[in-house]
Write a protein that binds this ligand. Structure first.
Ligand SMILES: Cc1cc2nc3c(=O)[nH]c(=O)nc-3n(C[C@H](O)[C@H](O)[C@H](O)COP(=O)(O)OP(=O)(O)OC[C@H]3O[C@@H](n4cnc5c(N)ncnc54)[C@H](O)[C@@H]3O)c2cc1C
Length: 389
């Protein structure tokens, strides 16, 4: 029996009223704005300006970051992942959630007024410039700095890589040193600043990755780039505190996107084993295949349920680092496992460069590295083991 319209789905304690209708609407919108164009975007290595504007017009770049509104975002992120284009999901995830979360959480009213409406409409594209060649998991090796200042502002010098949305970005949320590094003091003396993309001295070098091809990954050099005093996010030298909060949110977003990615991969796999015949019977008749798929589906259901719980906890202001790390770890590692099985059961056709299966396989590997490598997630879960389970 179907549920009455507008009622939460019985059995899903984390659903909101009207969730099914909302999901259906998001699916329809993404079919028009993403699925029709994603192959072209993969080839062009980015979402073009028109693509951003359409997503903005559909209202999909303006869903909430917190409170009850985030439950809508959770549905959107999962559905965006379910398109099966992880490059698109990375670009949109960074633009609509990971980068602007610093403005939402720590920006001044003037910074929010200046940038957020245009980010939400897709008129302005935003990127996150945190990592560097020598600073990823451990950011204490970061060298980009904004130490020199005069009455006109500060000057940013350094190089960030990898940066999603790199050629497109109008704004970079950038981590810099604002005090000389002191040995053993990690990120003390680091700050977050807003660098506008058209500032003289911003140099963009596209550096395509193995997968996530429409994510527009670049190396960004800052050569004596001037930023005004009001381009600092939050308080000077306090970036570590802000990063800890924002990275928790980033991992929640990455986890929800990955859950959608697993869904897409399992759908490909399920359809294939039913259709593809080896000898006189479909693959799905073989017990080894049935059991392998059953294991993946069982894990998917568990991770998906955990993801909905994590989103619900965030909506109540109750997300913690352990929950975000468990979700990110399990969802992205399941995506790798599912993609590997998907290639295997497709045989040579899954290994063909242009196939959707190969795309899932290439893309999945980035998930266990970006936004915090799996090993870091395990470290964080272990450190939190004193909590009651
Ligand atoms: C596709 C993609 C897009 C990205 N986009 C952005 C972006 O837009 N902006 C941005 O700032 N950054 C971005 N990143 C960078 C990302 O955040 C870093 O890759 C990540 O933090 C890991 O850092 P690293 O790659 O330097 O690896 P390293 O820190 O050098 O680690 C290398 C490997 O060592 C292992 N390792 C790490 N720590 C431990 C440990 N404690 N114990 C055991 N093993 C460990 C892990 O397997 C890890 O992958 C992106 C990365 C990818 C892959």
């Amino acid at each position: 029996m179907s549920e009455p319209a507008g009622e939460p789905v019985i059995g899903d304690p984390y659903a909101f009223a009207g969730q099914d209708e909302f999901r259906e609407r998001v699916r329809r919108l993404l079919a028009q704005s993403v699925l029709l164009h994603a192959e072209k975007w993969e080839q062009g290595a980015c979402i073009p300006a028109e693509g951003w504007r359409t997503l903005g017009e559909q209202g999909l770049l303006a869903l909430g970051h917190g409170g009850e509104d985030f439950l809508r975002s959770a549905v959107f992120l999962e559905e965006l992942g379910r398109t099966g284009y992880a490059g698109v999901r990375a670009a949109v995830g960074v633009h609509a959630y990971m980068a602007p979360s610093y403005l939402e959480l720590f920006g001044t009213p003037e910074q929010k007024r200046r940038y957020l409406p245009r980010i939400r409409s897709g008129e302005l594209v935003v990127a996150l410039a945190i990592s560097e060649d020598g600073a990823g998991t451990d950011l204490s090796g970061m060298r980009t700095e904004a130490l020199s200042a005069d009455e006109a502002g500060r000057y940013v010098n350094g190089c960030k890589w990898p940066v999603v949305n790199g050629t497109q970005a109008d704004l970079f949320v950038t981590l810099v040193r604002t005090r000389q590094a002191t040995a053993g003091r990690g990120l003390t003396g680091a700050s977050l600043v807003l660098v506008e993309g058209d500032s003289p001295g911003v140099i963009r070098r596209p550096e395509p990755m193995l997968g996530m091809r429409s994510a527009d990954v670049c190396r960004i050099e800052f050569d004596q780039v001037r930023i005004a005093a009001d381009q600092l996010i939050g308080r000077q030298d306090r970036a570590l505190m802000y990063l800890m909060k924002a990275l928790e949110f980033e991992r929640l977003v990455a986890g929800l996107l990955a859950v959608g990615g697993v869904h897409s991969c399992l759908a490909l796999l399920g359809a294939h084993v039913r259709e593809h015949r080896v000898g006189d019977a479909p693959l799905a008749t073989k017990q080894a295949v049935k059991h392998r798929l059953a294991d993946l589906v069982a894990e998917f259901e568990l991770v998906r349920h955990f993801a909905h719980r994590a989103a619900w906890r965030h909506s109540r202001g109750d997300l913690n680092s352990r929950t975000a790390s468990i979700l990110k770890l399990k969802a992205t590692e399941l995506a790798v496992e599912a993609a590997q099985v998907c290639v295997q059961y497709h045989g040579a056709r899954g290994y063909a460069e242009g196939s959707a299966v190969a795309r899932h396989y290439r893309d999945a590997m980035a998930g266990t590295i970006a936004a915090g490598a799996s090993e870091l997630m395990r470290d964080m879960i272990f450190e939190d083991m004193s909590y009651e389970l």
